[in-house]
Design a protein around this ligand. Structure first.
Ligand SMILES: [Zn+2]
Length: 282
């Protein structure tokens, strides 16, 4: 059920003199666990561009969530699809745009790595759409790290009225830390939430530093498709297209600066290249 990447490494430390001395510096052992939060069958891929590029196309999206384990605590990144789907036939929404399914609950999935929700110190969602907030309320004892703008958007009277399901998915999260931009979760630069608005008002991505694997970035829904990254295509339902394009530029500059591997969360190829236990691939 799980992909595990761990590291520890040596670091060159500069002394007071001009001599650079190789010294054993124990970096925090950061691990990344990848879980399936279900599958999203996109029946109308045209939604994922401002033009008709994807007219008539369909695609199956992965929908992972992750646990980043740091010596100071665990962070859960995203929360998959709603758990009411577990044990049900795939569900198609009234518009017909999406067919969604989920196989297992977060409790079972955490159990597979010896954890319970009480082991999750922090919860952060890339954004509050239904395919990223599914089991969020189960993590009600965790501290929710959310951009102030996303929090205001999802708790507004308008959202409660018009998007009640989205609001209800996070309504039990009472321990909240509201962010105004980037946030270094454990204070040592190894796990950093990066503010990348546009898809929603407070959309964010996650930077994780794993020495053995190299630094990596989880894109949230900044990009759903490899082609959208290559050609900077913006979904038609994004909150703000111009803001999305600015976030894409900031993201690419940061990825280059850190030489980070980029994982598109909704692309099955990227999901599959995370190593997993064999039963997980069935
Ligand atoms: Zn999504």
């Amino acid at each position: 059920m799980v992909a595990l990447i761990a590291f520890s490494c040596k670091e060159a430390k500069k002394e007071n003199t001009d001599t650079v001395v190789a010294e054993e510096v124990q970096k925090p052992e950061v691990k990344l666990y990848t879980f399936s939060g279900g599958t999203v069958g996109v029946n109308n891929l045209e939604l994922f561009s401002q033009d008709t590029t994807y007219q008539g196309q369909t695609k199956e999206f992965s929908d992972p969530f992750y646990v980043i384990s740091h010596p100071k605590g665990n962070l859960m990144w995203d929360a998959g699809l709603p758990e009411m789907l577990v044990g049900q036939e795939p569900y198609t929404d009234p518009s017909g745009a999406f067919t969604v399914s989920r196989r297992d609950s977060v409790l079972n999935q955490l159990k597979s790595v010896g954890m319970t929700p009480d082991d999750i110190l922090y919860l952060a969602l890339s954004h509050t759409h239904f395919d990223h907030s599914g089991h969020a309320n189960t993590m009600k004892n965790s501290t929710w790290l959310v951009q102030q703008t996303e929090y205001d958007f999802i708790t507004s009277d308008e959202a409660r009225t018009n998007n009640a399901d989205l609001y209800n998915a996070i309504k039990d999260l009472n321990k909240v830390t509201k962010l105004k931009g980037d946030h270094d979760v454990f204070g040592d630069g190894t796990v950093v939430i990066k503010s990348m608005p546009g898809h929603t008002p407070g959309h964010q991505v996650l930077y994780v530093e794993l020495a053995e694997h190299g630094p990596l970035l989880l894109t949230g829904d900044l990009y759903h498709l490899f082609e959208n990254r290559e050609y900077k295509r913006v979904p038609s339902f994004n909150h703000d297209a111009a803001q999305t394009l600015a976030s894409m530029d900031a993201f690419e500059a940061f990825a280059r600066e850190k030489n980070a591997k980029v994982y598109l969360q909704h692309q099955k190829e990227d999901f599959n290249r995370m190593p997993k236990a064999p039963e997980y691939l069935k």
